[in-house]
Ligand binder design. Structure first.
Ligand SMILES: [Zn+2]
Length: 231
């Protein structure tokens, strides 16, 4: 069976409260990786999520490709968003359970990757608990035990864009392949996967209700969601 953590990227938008309500109704606790500029534009949506038990974490301030930044700018991208996230937790009156970071596009900084791992460790960012994951679970094979949070399954629904031949049937195919590959994973009560989905108004315009439909596909296939934990 498949047990997974759910992660949602590029939060917050006008869609965020609806996503929170849907997941609450399914008793799923996600990690939302937040884009700082969007938190500034939609702070009330962030407070709403926090008050409903959602874990908000850091996905950089302006969502750049980290390999293209100088080291100090990369660090600033992380810390600028930290300040915003900390103030939102405070405003919501919720204790932040732990600190996690995800690089935009999974771009770990290229030549700066080691320096950034050291920086994340020094700033108190945690390892997500991936000890029960298969060694080759991540698409980047050496990722296990790294300080940033990667994923093991990506719906890739952000490809639903004007001029891109990708369709919702391709999303369904991605889900089918993932289920077929992993439905016989061990039933040991532990998470073996990190699912990635996005909070994108553009995708909602192309395929209304995409978020709910995609999560329902996984639930219908028997996927269970674990409460996110660190090591
Ligand atoms: Zn992103």
């Amino acid at each position: 069976m498949i047990k997974a953590y759910l992660t949602i990227d590029d939060v917050t938008t006008s869609l965020t409260p609806g996503i929170v309500d849907f997941l609450t109704s399914k008793s799923i606790t996600p990690i939302m990786f937040c884009w700082g500029e969007r938190l500034l534009a939609h702070p009330d949506e962030a407070i709403y999520a926090l008050k409903h038990g959602v874990i908000l974490q850091n996905h950089s301030f302006s969502h750049p490709e980290f390999s293209k930044l100088s080291l100090w700018k990369a660090k600033r991208e992380i810390m600028k968003n930290e300040k915003i996230i900390e103030s939102l937790y405070k405003k919501a009156g919720v204790d932040r359970p732990f600190k996690l970071f995800r690089f935009p596009y999974g771009n770990n900084g290229g030549e700066k990757a080691e320096d950034l791992q050291e920086f994340l460790e020094r700033k108190g960012f945690a390892h997500i608990d991936d000890r029960a994951f298969a060694d080759d679970a991540y698409f980047r094979p050496d990722h296990k035990q790294k300080r940033d949070v990667l994923w093991t399954f990506d719906f890739a629904e952000y490809n639903l864009r004007e001029g891109n031949p990708f369709t919702f049937d391709d999303v369904k195919k991605n889900v089918k392949n993932f289920i077929e590959l992993h439905e016989d994973d061990p039933d040991d009560g532990k998470a073996h996967h990190i699912i990635l989905i996005h909070d994108h108004e553009e995708t909602e315009e192309r395929h209304p209700g995409y978020f709910q439909e995609q999560i329902t596909m996984l639930l219908d296939a028997g996927v269970k969601f674990a409460i996110p934990k660190i090591q």
